[in-house]
Write a protein that binds this ligand. Structure first.
Ligand SMILES: [Zn+2]
Length: 117
């Protein structure tokens, strides 16, 4: 259990789940193909980014639903609430993009789909 939490923790910090030293992203939206320290390939298949997109969709939807629950406990008018939720959801999805892809790479590492060669 400790290994799982450690790998997911380092993945959320955008650090290689294998060596826990290399950076997974070289820019805001560009993931390194290989870890600059240990050389592990983060996404072996062309469509593996879709797992990260699924994580991002679930997380963003959870934020939006939680925010929508505010309509039941506040007297905030509906249209401003929808506008705020839209802005917050879009901003969250953009901010969480790297973390979702890195988390997916960590899950792939845990399942043995990516490994040191
Ligand atoms: Zn590494």
């Amino acid at each position: 259990m400790g290994r799982v939490l450690r790998v997911l923790f380092f993945s959320l910090l955008l650090i290689c789940p294998a060596c826990q030293h290399g950076r997974m992203f070289r820019s805001r939206f560009t993931m390194n193909v290989r870890c600059p320290v240990c050389g592990i390939v983060f996404e072996r298949g062309a469509g593996e980014f879709s797992g990260g997109m699924a994580i991002n969709t679930v997380a963003t939807s959870s934020v939006a639903v939680t925010g929508a629950a505010l309509a039941f406990v506040t007297d905030m008018p509906v249209w401003p609430l929808i506008a705020v939720l839209t802005l917050v959801s879009v901003a969250f999805a953009i901010w969480f993009y790297r973390h979702a892809r890195a988390l997916w790479a960590g899950i792939l590492y845990l399942t043995g789909s990516i490994r040191e060669d």
